[in-house]
Design a binder for this molecule. Structure first.
Ligand code: GLA
Length: 401
């Protein structure tokens, strides 16, 4: 196997084929599961296999979740020729066997590396080994690479991610490239031809409204993340998505908070990467993660990220234009107290600031469908009156009559 890989590498360098990004891999935001938020470095092949099993048996696969991604710390050492190996204690059967298992469930398999010399968890990074690692991943059957940005002193982000994009392309297996440099180098300005999604912020933290200070860096609650980088939605679209990080649904927030978190990710056309223990989740968590009406808004083929129509300190109204002229509207109560709202459709023309989609309720009437109760909720003739529980949303899909 190693000999074949070495011959392949020499051939690739000799031919010097023109590299590009693999197209058509993320026409809608990727959906899946990643080990980091819940398990951090405590990853094993049994965990990954059981998670793949649960993805199918829970109904998450049927709801659209596809990728099972091992984050940091799967790595062992490089061998004498420099090939990366899995940690033999945690992954005794090797990564190829694990990828085969995940594929046998009808799912896709993802892995993690870093553009620097070490990963954030101190495992070997891909710096200087990009082509060798890309070929190794391709030979294992990897479908998705999350590529991190720790220990990258002296590197330029755009160039480093371009190198890995080219390496993946030369390796010949279509692999989604998930760029993870935390929005530090404005990836929305350069990453579209390089990756399929790019993190826009530092790490998420399992809270609705908080900053967790780690000394030299912070991780962020749901509200903090949705407040960051308001001006970047025009960079997202089919094949290239802003990524506000993997989800914390089911990791300890309240049901209301989890619902709001999931709704806001869908309104932003965010990748929906679950980050909880899907082998053991409550019925409420499963119901949130598999809400097909909310997922349909995230996965809408128009591929337009939502915008804020009303932006008040405690209350926001988010709008996401959808294919065929439908529109999703999400009312958010940021506070812990219940809130009464009134929204007069006729005086609220919805105007997309970047893509020009407009919805004028004074001109046309729309039917209202509540995507959390799965019930019709009248139309836009009368003003909407509702009570929003604390830290929760009212999320509607509107269709022209
Ligand atoms: C960084 C990333 C996280 C996770 C860890 C792993 O912090 O942003 O999502 O991958 O590294 O060490």
């Amino acid at each position: 196997m190693k000999k074949i890989l070495i011959v392949a590498m020499i051939t690739v360098f000799a031919l010097g084929a023109k590299a590009q990004k693999f197209e058509g891999l993320a026409d809608t935001p990727p959906m899946g599961w990643n080990s980091w938020n819940k398990f951090a470095c405590d990853v094993t092949e049994d965990l990954i296999k059981e998670t793949a099993d649960a993805m199918v048996s829970s109904g998450m696969k049927d709801a659209g979740y596809e990728y099972i991604v091992i984050d940091d710390c799967w790595h062992g050492e490089r061998d004498s020729l420099g090939f990366i190996q899995a940690d033999p204690a945690r992954f005794p059967s090797g990564i190829k066997a694990l990828a085969d298992y995940v594929h046998s469930k009808g799912l896709k398999f993802g892995i993690y590396s870093d553009a620097g010399w070490q990963t954030c968890g101190g495992r070997p990074g891909s710096r200087g080994r990009e082509y060798q690692d890309a070929m190794t991943y391709a030979s294992w059957g990897v479908d998705y690479l999350k590529y991190d940005w720790c220990n990258t002193e002296g590197l330029k982000a755009e160039g480093a991610y371009l190198t890995m994009r080219d390496a993946l392309y030369e390796a010949g297996r279509p692999i989604v490239l998930s760029i993870c440099e935390w929005g530090d180098n404005d990836p929305w300005d350069w990453a579209e031809p390089i990756g399929h999604l790019w993190r826009t912020t530092g790490d998420i933290y399992n809270c609705f409204d908080c900053e967790e200070d780690h000394g030299t860096w912070s991780s962020w609650g749901v509200l903090q993340i949705i407040d960051m980088h308001p001006g970047i939605r025009s960079a997202a679209g089919p094949g290239h998505w802003n990524d506000p990080d993997m989800m914390e649904v089911g990791n300890g927030m309240t049901v209301n908070e989890d619902r709001a978190h999931f709704a806001l990710w869908a309104m932003q056309a965010a990748p929906l990467i679950a980050g909880n223990d899907i082998r053991n989740m409550s019925p409420e968590t499963l119901e949130i993660l598999t809400n097909k009406d909310v997922i349909a808004i995230d996965q809408d083929t128009l591929g337009v990220q939502g915008y804020k129509h009303i932006d008040e300190e405690d209350y926001e109204v988010w709008v996401k234009p959808l294919a065929g002229g439908d529109v999703a509207v999400c009312f958010l109560n940021r506070t812990e107290e219940a809130m009464d709202i009134t929204f007069d459709w006729a005086t609220n023309k919805l105007v997309d600031p970047d893509f020009g989609h407009t919805t004028d309720f004074a001109q046309s009437r729309y039917d209202i469908y509540n995507v959390w109760t799965h019930k019709k909720a009248g139309n836009t003739k009368k003003a909407l009156k509702a009570s929003l529980p604390g830290r929760d949303v009212l999320m509607l899909r509107l269709s022209k009559k």
